[in-house]
Structures are given as C-alpha cells and as structure tokens.
Design a protein around this ligand. Structure first.
Ligand code: FE
Length: 346
C-alpha cells in the first residue's frame, strides 16, 4: 500500500518536474549571474553589458575591496548569492580557494585561452589580465644603467632612496612570495633586510603615492604595479600626469627570471546557483575582443597570448616575465608576511 502510494506520488512528481521548468523560469524572471568584484565598476561594467546583450543573461554586480568581499563570501557561506568572484591578485584568489569559497571549473576554452602558469593549477580560478611590479625612477638622479634586478635594491648604494607601500598590501606580499619560491628563504630574508634599510620613509599610501614621491624628490626609485603609471599618464588630473611624466619605467630582472607578474582573475564560487553561466562569463572575458578591452581599461596586459597591449604599454617596450606558477604566490603568502614582519617592513 505504502509502496503503491509512493509510486503514485513519484509519478505525479515526475509529471510536475517535466511540466515545471518553463513555468519556473518564467516566474523567476530573466536569468542572471551574480558577480562580486574587487575591480571598480568602470573597469568591468561595459564588458558585462556586452555579455548580457549577446547572451540575454543579466549580470548583477557588487563591487568592493578585495578583503571585504572575501569576508562577505565567508560570512554568507553556501547562502551567498555570488556566482563569480573577481579579484586583482592571485594571492586573494588563492585565499578564497583555501577558504573553500570556490569550486573547480573544467573548460577546454579556458585552458586554451590562459597559459597554465596564469591560472590555478587546480582549476579554481583563471587569470583575466596581467600586471607587472616594476621600478619607476627619477631620470635626473638615477642612471638606468645602475638599475638591474630587485636583488640590487638591497645594496647600500640605495640607502634612503627607495619608496614602497606597506607590507600589508597583497601586491608586496605576492612579490615576496615569488622571491621565496624562486630564491628560497635565506636569500629572501637577506634581501628584505637590506631593502627595508634603504627605505626613504616609512611605507605609506598606495602605488600612485610612490610615483608622486619619486616625482617630488622624496625618493629616487619606487616599486609599483605598471598600470598605476599608465593610469597617471592617462589621468584627467593635470598634477597626476605631471608627476608621471617626471619618472621613467624600468623593467627589473631582465637578465634573470623576468619581472614579477601577477594577475587579476575570476573563480566560480562554491555557493554558485548559476555555475554554468558564471563559467560562460569567464569564457566571454577571455575572448580575444574582450581581452583587448579589459586590459586597456586598466592599462594592463592581456593574459591571452597573441593580443597586442595598448599603444602606451607598447611604448614601454617588451619585457621578460617571470614564468612562475602564480598559485605559488598564494601558497607562500603566509611565509612572505612573516618574513616581511621579521624584516620590520611596516
Ligand atoms: Fe591595484
């Protein structure tokens, strides 16, 4: 009797399921994918609009600071409405992965578009754009022939001549993690000691402030992400353009492993209610035309090979980039933070 009833109930349920999907989607409104983005709206929204126009999939965008978005994802857990997390450092993406906030994605299109070292080696996230941590210098006080690799910045010749932002910043943490991965703990700790001893002032401000400090003579060399220089050169603020025009870019480590690089990237959240649409959106962002726009919007380099960077970036010349797997930047983040603390990098 019980079995019969249950059988009948199952049949009714099956009929309902077969009939329901169109009704359900009609009730829940247009399809939408929810994005938590540490990138500013202006750097991403036009592309998201194009994605919606092409696919009919709406995109709801929540923007915020990378750390704040991670905290929010953590608090919301599996109830989070987010389908996709977009951040601007492999270190942040790795943190999200470690906190079990992302799910692995298998996509031949993504694997073909993104070089293996610019995406999670476990499929949890994919690079969307590439940035380099370069040197800027004052050409009236520094002979570029005296510049070479990051290691040389620990030399006493640079005493009180270097500006860099604080060690709490993920870009610096990732750079030191990269050194730990490629040169080991001892060489990195020795370098940190000499490098910190050469600071012209206690770390303060962001990368743009370091460029301004070189321009105003507070220091001779600064360590910054290349797109900040690009952003200042293209700024609508006259004083930002003026400062940027007083400094020059130098590509460090060109005789060695290459300049330290990092990515902005995206991963599908563990909680995603629309994982397929989220994957589609990442694939869209890696399409050739999107890559060109996305990189140019923030003066970055495309991750997808074979796409020319903007004319401004081309004027800085070609460079050798460190081929390190960017997952290592996340894996060694805690060790990097400890080493920077020990070296008293504020
Ligand atoms: Fe930045």
């Amino acid at each position: 009797m019980f079995h019969l009833l249950r059988g009948a109930a199952i049949s009714r349920l099956l009929v309902a399921l077969l009939v329901l999907p169109p009704a359900l989607s009609a009730c829940s409104g247009p399809e939408a994918v929810n994005v938590y983005s540490a990138r500013q709206e202006a750097l991403i929204k036009p592309l998201l609009d194009r994605f919606s126009a092409e696919t009919g999939i709406a995109v709801n965008l929540v923007t915020g600071d990378g750390d704040a978005l991670l905290a929010r994802l953590r608090n919301e857990g599996l109830n989070s409405p987010a389908d996709l997390l977009l951040t601007s450092d492999a270190g942040n993406l790795y943190r999200a992965q470690q906190a079990n906030l992302l799910q692995p994605v298998t996509s031949p299109a993504l694997e073909a578009a993104v070089p293996a070292h610019l995406r999670s080696d476990e499929g949890f996230w994919f690079g969307l754009s590439l940035r380099a941590r370069v040197l800027v210098y004052a050409p009236d006080r520094v002979d570029p022939g005296a510049l070479s690799d990051y290691a040389a910045l620990a030399d006493p010749a640079w005493r009180q001549r270097i500006c860099v932002r604080s060690s709490s910043n993920i870009y610096n943490q990732s750079m030191v993690a990269g050194m730990l991965a490629t040169q080991g703990a001892e060489a990195t700790e020795n370098w940190l000691e000499g490098f910190v001893a050469n600071f012209a002032r206690p770390p303060q401000g962001g990368d743009r402030d370091q460029i301004k400090a070189v321009a105003s003579g507070q220091c001779d060399v600064a360590l910054v992400n290349s797109y900040y220089l690009g952003g200042m050169l293209r700024s609508d603020k006259a004083e930002e353009r003026a400062a940027a025009e007083q400094v020059r870019l130098f590509w460090p480590n060109q005789a060695g492993r290459g300049v330290h690089i990092n990515i902005s990237g995206a991963g599908v959240t563990r909680s995603a209610a629309h994982p397929e649409m989220a994957r589609q959106l990442i694939e869209f962002l890696l399409r050739e035309d999107s890559q060109q726009w996305y990189a140019e919007a923030n003066n970055e380099y495309p991750v997808r090979p074979g796409i020319a960077p903007s004319t401004l970036l081309q004027s800085w010349g070609e460079f050798r980039a460190d081929p390190l797997q960017v997952s290592e930047l996340g894996r060694l983040n805690a060790a990097a933070v400890m080493a920077m603390d020990r070296a008293n990098w504020k």
